[in-house]
Design a binder for this molecule. Structure first.
Ligand code: DX5
Ligand code: ZN
Length: 227
């Protein structure tokens, strides 16, 4: 069973001091940092671009998981790779040729991820699994932190896990993850959990316990030893 990965989303961090926030969340026990890139076109919000990914890169050694909520994605893949992304995730709807876009990410030497919106069926990634290191199931509609978990994501994780079988592909869930919902998706087979508001709430003094609560709940419900 793949080790659990907890990936705090800095969308809920203090944007006036993002470097310090990245350092603090890494020191608090994050496995990866999740960076949400939004273009105001594919999703109704605008966040950061490659310059910010590059500026944040020196603040932590752990992997940067870059979630592109942009369309088209192809013109920007190289810029995010060069800025320091370790994995680059693109939505099924981010361009006309998903398979080619995933090939492009792999050709840049990065891990490739494909993202399912709440309305996007699991079957839409069936023919690109050979190019995916991660499949991310959105459990909110992308664009904002702090939204309510969409329960149908749990069944999608179950379906995805069966489809993936023994292939070494991470199942990631993003949106509305709390200790309670982390347990639900981990029990269904998710091994990589993104959380923004539930981890950054309470400020830096709470980060380690917030991460620990999600990790413990997920480990317990998935039959792993609690770390
Ligand atoms: C939403 C982003 C998420 C978001 C999660 O579009 O992809 O990564 O930050 O935030 P919470 O955990 O608050 O739902
Ligand atoms: Zn995200």
């Amino acid at each position: 069973m793949a080790p659990l990965v907890i990936a705090p989303s800095i969308l809920s961090a203090d944007f006036a001091k993002l470097g310090e926030e990245v350092r603090a969340i890494a020191e608090a026990g994050a496995d990866w940092i999740h960076l949400d890139v939004m273009d105001g076109h594919f999703v109704p919000n605008i966040t950061i671009g490659p310059a910010m990914v590059r500026a944040l890169r020196p603040f932590a050694k752990i992997p940067f998981d870059v979630h592109l909520m942009i369309a088209p994605c192809d013109p920007y893949l190289a810029a995010f790779a060069e800025a320091g992304a370790d994995s680059i995730l693109i939505h099924v709807e981010a361009g006309p040729h998903l398979h080619r876009s995933l090939q492009a990410i792999r050709a840049l030497g990065k891990k490739a991820g494909v993202v399912l919106n709440p309305a996007t069926p699991v079957s839409s990634v069936q023919n690109v699994l050979d190019l995916a290191d991660q499949v991310l199931v959105m459990s909110v509609n992308p664009g904002f932190g702090g939204q309510t978990f969409i329960a149908s994501a749990v069944d999608k994780v179950t379906e995805l896990k069966a489809m993936i079988g023994s292939r070494p592909i991470r199942i990631e869930v993003d949106g509305g993850i709390t200790p309670e919902t982390a347990g639900l998706v981990a029990a269904a087979g998710a091994d990589t959990l993104v959380a923004g508001s539930a981890i950054f709430k309470g400020g830096p003094g709470q980060y380690a316990s917030n991460i620990g609560a999600i990790r413990a709940a997920a480990a317990r419900k998935s039959g792993r030893d609690a770390a």
